[in-house]
Design a protein around this ligand. Structure first.
Ligand code: 1PR
Length: 549
């Protein structure tokens, strides 16, 4: 098998990249010290997390001169995400830390005054001077997850010989990929961009991308006047699999009604809807933009390193090339032999097994309570802070399980209330949403506004917003809840709970500013496919990613 060399400089999630490279027929060899760089013919620099963290690790380990020498020697080089950002001179994310300075310019942060940041989801990488650059296609979408970007100015990079592909988020057009000579760099994650992304990796590995580039140098005159892609970020549709062991000891996908996952009959068996790995693959093939696994019971009767979800992730990430999130049990814990295991160590195991994001539930509620008790002080020791520092904010999702609490008037509670269209059992016109822990078993005196603002301050990158009242009811999302949370924070929100048909997805995207929507039961029961939901949204004029088989 031909080889490609991957630079190993920081703990990051590179498992999916390795899987994608192997899928393209290449073998990965790791470069662990600068002395090894010269033996690499093709070198990939995966970038995870924070610009300063990444560049200072590279610099401290002595990699920067070796990377420069590799590029100067004309050998193939590919940078991904922060690996693209590293090519620039600097970033506002860490102004004191210099980049490789191959491209003069400073990255800045997306404006979050009117849109969620990080920019998470599927967007364009369109190159008007060379539409099929490295296998890119103007009709395909690519998976991005980043808060900092290089703003695109027509002709600026092209005048220095770079071919540039762009995406547009809100009114901001940014550099999605650059290529020149032996160098390709993508802001998006090709390894998480389905078949469209695999095409880019393959064209780098087999050299066809660089060849087509040298045949077609960018000309400023050929840059289309209307560079802004027609549609930009798509509406994300996520399939969620709640996983637990059933009474026979098998790991199954289940689904509750308002979190009760047992059958209604007298035997009260855990509802078994299928096998996790098979179902994840099925949803990927139906066009799901992401897959979320929630381990809804702890598997604490086995050593942490043998957690069954690790194996599920390993197997899923071999065939599913969209982002994978894993939740459940991510907190400091004690292993069966008495060893303390931190939430960061558990997250690391999940990332190494193929997860792209971890989702934290109960532990986030406890951390938020402590944050308020300490007068909104951050100590840097929570799971959210530690994991987001090591892997970047985008890797940390907070999953919330709220329940409605009705009150007759706003003054009846200290919590953030809304006036609801659906009055309570005693005709109450107001409600607030109480956070729960342990899968809804325990309700806390903390509302969703308090929780989401606290975890945003700690460094969470996204909110998975469930709703116990709506879960499994097929009656549509709780639009009031979603609007309240969206009004409170800047990070993206995934609406969850209640989806029963494609119309509910259309409704939540139109009546709220949610960034993504998630369904479970309607997919598991085979009532609708993800593809049907997306077709419906497209018919209604919403932009979705089409699955490329
Ligand atoms: O607290 O960090 O260990 O995390 C536990 C995780 O497990 C949390 O994310 C919590 O939401 C989840 N969880 C715990 N118990 C249950 C349960 O159902 N008994 N599932 C549970 C939560 C909710 C959604 C569901 C949507 C959509 N499931 O993920 O998929 O509500 O369903 P629908 O479209 O069929 O309505 P920790």
């Amino acid at each position: 098998m031909p080889k490609v060399y991957l630079l190993d400089y920081v703990a990051g999630n590179v498992r999916s990249l390795v899987n994608a490279i192997e899928r393209c027929g290449y073998e990965v060899e790791w470069i662990r010290s600068p002395e090894d760089v010269p033996r690499a013919e093709k070198l990939i620099l995966p970038g995870v997390g924070h610009f300063g963290h990444c560049l200072s690790q590279l610099s401290a380990a002595g990699f920067l001169p070796a990377i420069r020498a590799h590029i100067d020697a004309g050998k193939p080089f590919m940078g991904i995400c922060v690996g693209l950002q590293a090519l620039f001179s600097s970033s506002a994310e860490d102004p004191d830390c210099p980049g490789l300075c191959l491209i003069p310019g400073t990255l800045d942060r997306f404006d979050d005054s009117v849109k969620a940041v990080p920019h998470i989801g599927w967007n364009n990488a369109s190159c008007p001077t060379n539409p099929t650059l490295y296998g890119l296609s103007p009709d395909s979408k690519y998976y991005y997850v980043h808060s900092y970007k290089y703003p695109y100015t027509k002709g600026e990079l092209e005048n220095h010989g770079w071919a540039v592909a762009t995406g547009t988020y809100g009114t901001e057009t940014f550099v999605g990929a650059v290529a020149k000579g032996n160098v390709l760099a993508t802001q998006f994650h090709p390894e998480k961009s389905g078949v469209a992304g695999l095409r880019v990796i393959r064209s780098f590995l087999d050299g066809s991308g660089a060849k087509s580039l040298s045949e077609k140098l960018p000309q400023e005159s050929t840059i289309a006047a209307d560079l802004v892609p027609r549609d930009g970020l798509t509406r994300r549709v996520i399939a969620c699999l709640d996983v637990r062991t059933n009474d026979q000891g098998d790991l199954v996908v289940t689904k509750g009604d308002q979190y009760d996952v047992r059958e209604k009959g007298s035997d009260r068996n855990v509802r078994n809807l299928g096998k996790p790995v098979d179902m994840a693959k099925k949803y990927y093939e139906q066009g799901a933009d992401e897959i979320t696994f929630l381990n809804i019971t702890s598997f604490r009767d086995c050593p942490v390193a043998d957690l069954p979800m690790l194996e599920i992730l390993r197997r899923t990430s071999e065939t599913v090339f969209v982002p994978l999130t894993i939740g459940g049990g991510i907190r400091d814990t004690v292993d069966v032999d008495g060893t303390k295991v931190s939430a960061l160590e558990i997250a690391t195991m999940y990332f190494k097994s193929g997860a792209d994001k971890v989702s934290i539930g109960s532990d986030a509620v406890i951390a938020a309570e402590e944050y308020y008790n300490a007068g909104k002080t951050l100590f840097g020791n929570t799971a959210i802070e530690q994991i987001s520092k090591a892997y970047g904010n985008q890797a940390v999702v907070v999953s919330i399980d709220p329940k409605r609490v009705y009150v007759p008037k706003q003054e009846a509670t200290r919590h953030a209330t809304i006036k609801t269209k659906f009055s309570g059992p005693k005709g109450e016109e107001y409600c607030w949403y109480a956070c729960t822990i342990k899968g809804g078993r325990e309700t806390r005196d903390l509302d969703v506004v308090e929780l989401t603002q606290a975890v945003e301050a700690m460094g969470a990158g996204e909110i998975l917003l469930n709703c116990i009242d709506k879960d499994g009811t097929n009656s549509g999302f709780d639009l009031e809840l979603i609007n309240q949370v969206k009004g409170a924070i800047r990070i993206p929100v995934i609406a969850s709970s209640g989806a029963g048909n494609p119309g509910h997805f259309d409704e939540v995207f139109r009546e709220t500013t949610t960034d993504a929507a998630l369904g479970a039961g309607m997919f598991h029961r085979g009532e609708y496919t993800v593809q049907q939901v997306k077709d419906y949204l497209a018919e209604k004029g919403l932009v979705v990613r089409k699955f490329e088989g």
